[in-house]
Design a protein around this ligand. Structure first.
Ligand SMILES: [Zn+2]
Length: 427
């Protein structure tokens, strides 16, 4: 059944349209000056934009938000995050935490997350309940964990995940070798073979910290980027999170191969890891998209605040206020997200694409008066401005109220988990 949504502005086909109806079912049918659809959503002082695509997350880490801050990456991981994970992680934790993450995704206008964590089936089930899209990274590590003894077990887990979500309209599976310091070149090669066999993208961390680069140099005599190049990962459909510490020569290598990057600026800044040379990467030919990383290192999943930070940071860094304009940032957080995750018919409002969109209302003290709606989104809007979210044409939030589940219940449950976590840790 054809539905329609009306708003003062629609960012459609890469252009700002005014006072139109957007017609859609699961996919977008087109724009119209009028409509006689049965179901029409009308929104005043608002703009319809493609939903944001968050290209690097560890969604269930929302339950560790604020548990340990102001620490270097390895101290933070080894002394806080990994011990907390080994104590609490189970299917129930991951499902409940993903529901909390879904609340935040919906309120900040995000339609899809490219995730990497444990118990990914539960992440997929929670996202499905919320009506959101997800790419579940099946985790690969060299060493044994409770999920497997080694590479063969991890690949078998990945195969189970692929079978379980086969043909799903919201959930896809990716292969996620964690990083060059936890996965050997030999196992990365096995991942490429497996991903080829099941037509999966590969999602991995790369060159996040100075320590990582130094350790990989010591171990293999080459940098993480050169190692990935030698393994052939840049020739496979892949997305790389971080890419912070790069030489000009490496930027040239990844640029020539149009490498897809998930830029996680707030997480890199907060962990004191540095920042990715985004201008150079874009100029070299890379596709830069936006990831929040996990909420334990950000500390949120809010794409609106992330893109505002990214735009302002790189302008300042490069002494160039014209860099990463509002419109460019919107494209980076939507179209480039779809490109980075190799999602077809996504990331742009256009005929035949999936009806994945957010509606942003400007009637807040911090978003009036209105001169340029795209500037107002990137530089002034907060998640409170996002009133509605549609995924595959289905409403997930209408007039600020999530329609797919009871948000209050999730918030109460999350507080219960917090009490349990802090109670056990302080014992
Ligand atoms: Zn990460």
């Amino acid at each position: 059944m054809t539905k329609a949504v009306y708003a003062d502005f629609i960012y459609f086909g890469g252009k700002l349209e005014k006072n139109k109806y957007l017609l859609f079912d699961e996919k977008i049918i087109g724009l119209s000056d009028n409509c006689n659809c049965e179901e029409v959503f009308k929104r005043e002082n608002s703009i319809i934009i493609p939903g944001f695509i968050n290209t690097h997350t560890h969604l269930p880490m929302v339950f560790f938000r604020g548990l340990a801050d102001d620490l270097p990456l390895m101290d933070w991981l080894k002394n806080y995050i990994w011990p907390a994970e080994s104590k609490f992680l189970d299917e129930e934790f991951v499902y409940d935490a993903t529901m909390l993450a879904a609340c935040e995704m919906i309120h900040s206008g995000t339609v899809a997350a490219n995730d990497m964590y444990f118990y990914s089936k539960q992440i997929g089930l929670a996202l499905k309940r919320a009506g959101l899209k997800g790419i579940l990274g099946a985790g690969i590590l060299d060493f044994p964990t409770k999920f497997g003894k080694g590479i063969e077990d991890y690949l078998n887990n990945a195969k189970d995940l692929v079978d379980f979500f086969m043909g799903d309209k919201l959930i896809k599976v990716a292969l996620s070798p964690h990083a060059p310091y936890t996965v050997s070149p030999e196992n990365y090669r096995k991942c490429i073979d497996f991903a080829d066999m099941y037509d999966l993208i590969i999602h991995t961390h790369l060159s996040e910290t100075k320590d990582e680069v130094e350790n990989i140099m010591k171990k293999y005599g080459k940098s993480p980027v050169k190692l990935m190049d030698e393994i052939g990962l840049f020739d496979h459909r892949s997305v790389f999170a971080h890419m912070v510490h790069l030489t000009d020569e490496e930027i040239e290598i990844v640029g020539k191969k149009n490498v897809k990057i998930s830029h996680c600026l707030e997480s890199n800044l907060k962990l004191g890891s540095g920042f990715s040379p985004v201008k150079k990467l874009i100029d070299a030919g890379c596709v830069v998209s936006i990831g929040t990383d996990g909420a334990a290192s950000n500390n949120d999943l809010d794409m609106l605040s992330e893109i505002s930070t990214v735009s302002k940071f790189h302008k300042g860094l490069n002494l160039d206020p014209t860099l990463l304009s509002a419109e460019e940032m919107l494209l980076i957080a939507t179209e480039n997200g779809a490109k980075a995750l190799w999602l077809e018919n996504s990331g742009r409002l256009d005929v035949g694409n999936y009806a994945d969109f957010a509606i942003i209302n400007f009637d807040k003290s911090f978003t009036v008066p209105l001169y340029n709606p795209l500037s107002q989104i990137i530089y002034s809007s907060r998640s409170e401005n996002v009133t509605d979210l549609f995924v595959n044409g289905n409403p997930v939030m209408l007039n600020n109220k999530i329609t797919t589940f009871d948000e209050d219940e999730i918030i109460e449950k999350s507080k219960w988990w917090g009490r349990k976590i802090i109670g056990t840790i302080s014992k």
